[in-house]
Design a protein around this ligand. Structure first.
Ligand SMILES: Cc1ncc(COP(=O)(O)O)c(C=O)c1O
Length: 443
């Protein structure tokens, strides 16, 4: 029996899963979005097993988190060893080796030339909060520019920058004031202009001709925050010059550039950071998700001269927990010793096979992405309009066949498997995707 491939042996959800789902429904917050009823019991590599013994191939990786696969033996060993040595002491008040080692390692791998410092939090949203605070503190300016489609988290500051789906914001106002959203440069999604060539010009004209001349002088803007590849917004890869234009604009006005690499970073796009594909450097980078293979950790890394705030200005009791730090160090070792390369190889395979499937199914509007951050859009073939209902049906049907997928954006299926995935698993996943699409199209 091939334990790395899916096997469904009950109706879904199976009886044991059903019982857990019922208990969850009674006590757990109603705010979680569950696309389908998976109860995860164990995970190994790219496989998740539910309490009823059904085996799933995981192309969601806990929302692009389990970069080294589930429970990688080296990550588990590092966690076990650290748990037996020191679980917590709080880096806000004391020193410990794993935090220093990870700060040094991050300084080595971030695409910022010159010295940097690292701030330690527990989540993506916390990393973004810390970036907002540092940018305001350092520049003495208040305003922030962000992009439509962006997802930066759900705490009040990060939420103010998020412009992905209004359900994430509805009912929570007032949010931070002085946040300005402009379109993210992608012809297909940009409401201003649909041609790639002029899209970035239009987006920035909106910023310069309207925001900067009618709403706020650029001298009052602290930061521009951008996802180098937009994640929750639909796995959107911007044209290269779009990011270069942001850098130029930031430089011209003394604005800090924050690259939110919480989803796109840590090898996910085949380079350690997605911004490395575009040949520019940010001033601040936020990292979370894939950094510690599933242990909670959020990092904010900034040029040394920027991160010079005084003791007490910002901190978190649990941030940079020793166990999360050693898990991150093990993760980075694995990424550098083969998984990033595997990500590039399997990403190519996945994208080219998706391209073949696209030829058979005109409902696939666009296939895009870098490394193993790949999206396939579902559209109405007659007019190319978005087809979110079909996307949801495909994701649900694939679950029934043992493939875990997630959506992103309005109508995109996202493929974000662990970076250790192999060719056979890619092929099986795409066979399931293709047959799910066929069924979903048939209605
Ligand atoms: C780009 C980006 N930034 C921030 C976040 C927020 O991270 P967290 O859910 O850990 O707060 C996410 C989560 O999806 C993300 O994709």
């Amino acid at each position: 029996m091939n334990e790395k491939l899916p096997r469904i042996q009950t109706s879904l959800p199976g009886p044991k899963s059903q019982a857990w789902i019922a208990r969850d429904a009674d006590k757990v917050s109603t705010s979680y979005t569950r696309s389908y009823p998976l109860v995860a019991d164990t995970g190994r590599g790219a496989v998740v097993v539910d309490p009823d013994g059904n085996r799933f191939l995981d192309f969601a990786a806990g929302i692009a988190v389990c970069s080294t696969g589930h429970c990688h033996p080296e990550v588990v060993a590092a966690i076990r060893e650290q748990a037996g040595a020191l679980i917590h002491i709080s880096g806000t008040d004391f020193y410990y080796r794993p935090q220093v080692l990870l700060a040094e390692k991050m300084a080595e791998i971030v695409p910022i030339s010159g010295d940097v410092r690292v701030y330690f939090g527990n989540s993506g949203a916390e990393a973004v909060e810390s970036a907002i605070k540092l940018a305001r503190y350092k520049t003495g300016r208040q305003h922030i520019v962000a992009f439509f489609g962006a997802f930066h988290g759900r705490t009040m500051g990060a939420l103010s920058l998020t412009a992905s789906k209004y359900v994430q914001r509805a009912g929570f106002s007032p949010l931070l004031s002085n946040v300005h959203h402009i379109p993210y440069a992608y012809c297909y999604r940009c409401p201003v202009n649909r041609s790639v060539e002029s899209c970035e010009v239009e987006c920035f004209q909106l910023l310069e001709d309207f925001h900067f001349s009618r709403l706020v002088p650029p001298s009052e803007v602290a930061a521009i925050i951008v996802e180098p590849v937009q994640g929750e917004g639909g796995y959107v890869v911007p044209p290269e010059k779009f990011l270069r234009r942001i850098r130029e604009l930031a430089d011209r006005h003394g604005i800090l550039l924050i690259a939110d690499e919480i989803q796109s970073g840590m090898g996910r796009t085949g380079k350690m950071f997605a911004i490395e594909h575009f040949g520019i450097e940010p001033d601040i980078i936020t990292v979370a998700k894939g950094v510690a293979s599933g242990m909670p950790l959020g990092l904010m890394i900034a040029r040394k001269e920027i991160m010079d705030w005084p003791p007490g200005a910002h901190a978190s009791t649990f941030g940079g927990n020793p166990i999360s730090c050693v898990a991150a160090l093990a993760t980075i070792r694995l990424l550098q010793n083969g998984y990033m390369e595997n990500c590039r190889t399997q990403g190519e395979r996945l994208k080219s096979r998706l391209g073949e499937i696209q030829k058979k199914f005109p409902v696939i509007g666009d296939v895009r992405g870098l490394g193993l951050m790949i999206g396939a859009e579902m559209v109405h073939p007659e007019d190319g309009k978005k087809f979110p209902e079909l996307r949801d049906r495909v994701v649900e049907t694939a679950f029934g066949k043992g493939l875990l997928l997630l959506g992103c954006g309005d109508n995109t299926v996202r493929f974000s498997p662990p970076l250790m995935i192999d060719s056979e698993q890619v092929d099986v996943a795409l066979d399931i995707f293709s047959s799910s699409l066929e069924e979903a199209v048939a209605g």
